[in-house]
Design a protein around this ligand. Structure first.
Ligand code: SAM
Ligand code: SF4
Length: 334
């Protein structure tokens, strides 16, 4: 079967799937405190998610990242992970992974490992209990730390993702780094992005440029740029003094679009070809219209990939938030 290639000759090998818009946290940069979530009937069922992901795997997707919302709060989500493991066993899928806030990892780490998950990204912005409760509103740090322990005990490789927030975790740059090193975890910093209407949070006030963060690191350590590319917005350096790898996700200050290999599926079956653009394709309609036959779905996926844009329009450079996209991160799945 012909693989998915977009008009700019980029092979689409990576699908990020949001399996729910719900979450047990309310991080200030991601959600408003009082969110209205989608009615259940709008969501793809687990069987539909299976059909959808299997179609992408058939068309050449080799890496699936499950996200949300918080993927581990979706009821019976393990059934879905177990179903996807058949593609790992068949060799079509090279990696099945997830991004989580860690709150449910204590419960699920062992089963995720049994389903073939080898790595997990845990989002954690601070190691201070009070600050953690402040930034996540509903989250509790000790529970997340127990989740990370459980993941490592189950043999999962853990990477920490921290959103760089001005005046919030600037003072934790080195403590976070030391903590990750002591636990043999990679660390990636994410620049805050202009997503969604968060009800009064001023995003320019939250913005801490990773250029500045990197300069602070370079003030203490020798940094070597790594050639490693994942096809996404992450760039990596090695800290020569410790051997540690640190990532920077800078969708705003760098253009990474030329090597973009990914698309994003929402929990309602909308396919976003670019995180920074409004254009999307409804894949739920062709999926539901033909319950026993995926030909129409495959065609709809191909038609969507043929519309993948060259790049995104985020820009903070004029000190106002340009190219803002109105949907929430929890909708497109980070
Ligand atoms: N709930 C899971 C979690 O927090 O890891 C998965 C979904 S969450 C939307 C995925 C990632 O997006 C998290 O690392 C989170 O910190 C990040 N994120 C959310 N809102 C963001 C924003 N406005 N700018 C940058 N990153 C954001
Ligand atoms: Fe939930 Fe993740 Fe958004 Fe935080 S970043 S509110 S944990 S979906």
């Amino acid at each position: 079967m012909e693989k998915l290639v977009d008009p700019f000759h980029r092979a689409i090998s990576y699908l990020r799937v949001s399996v729910t818009d719900r979450c047990d946290f309310r991080c200030v940069y991601c959600m408003a405190e009082h969110m209205t979530f989608l009615p259940k009937k709008e969501l793809l069922t687990l069987e539909e998610l299976d059909r959808m992901c299997s179609a992408f795997v058939r068309l050449g997707v080799e890496k699936l990242r499950i996200t949300g919302g918080e993927p581990l709060v979706r009821r019976d989500i393990l059934t879905f992970f177990r179903a996807m493991s058949r593609h790992l066993e068949a060799g079509a899928l090279k990696e099945l992974t997830l991004t989580t806030n860690g709150s449910q990892l204590e419960r699920f780490a062992g089963d995720l490992a049994s389903a073939g998950v080898r790595r997990v990204n845990v989002s954690l912005d601070t190691l201070d209990e009070a600050k953690f409760a402040q930034v996540t509103r509903w989250g509790r740090l000790p529970k997340v730390l127990r989740g990370i322990d459980a993941a490592q005990a189950a043999g999962l490789r853990v990477k920490i993702n921290a959103v760089a927030l001005k005046g919030f975790n600037e003072d934790e740059l080195f403590p976070l780094l030391d903590w990750c090193a002591s636990r043999d975890m990679d660390l990636t910093f994410i620049e805050v992005m202009p997503m969604g209407d968060l009800g009064g949070e001023d995003r320019l006030d939250q913005y801490w440029s990773l250029k500045d963060l990197r300069a602070r690191l370079a003030g203490r350590f020798t940094l070597t740029d790594l050639a490693e590319r994942t096809g996404g917005p992450a760039r990596y350096v090695r800290i020569e003094e410790t051997g540690q790898k640190v990532g920077f996700i800078t969708p705003l200050t760098h253009n990474f679009c030329e090597s973009c290999n990914r698309v994003r599926l929402t929990c309602t079956g909308e396919l976003y070809m670019c995180l920074g653009q409004e254009d999307m394709a409804d894949l739920r309609a062709p999926l539901r219209a033909h319950p026993g036959d995926d030909a129409a779905l495959d065609l709809a996926i191909r038609a969507a990939i043929a519309r993948k844009p060259k790049g995104h329009d985020f820009d903070y450079s004029r000190r106002r938030v340009d190219g803002t996209v109105s949907r929430h991160m929890s909708h497109t799945g980070g």
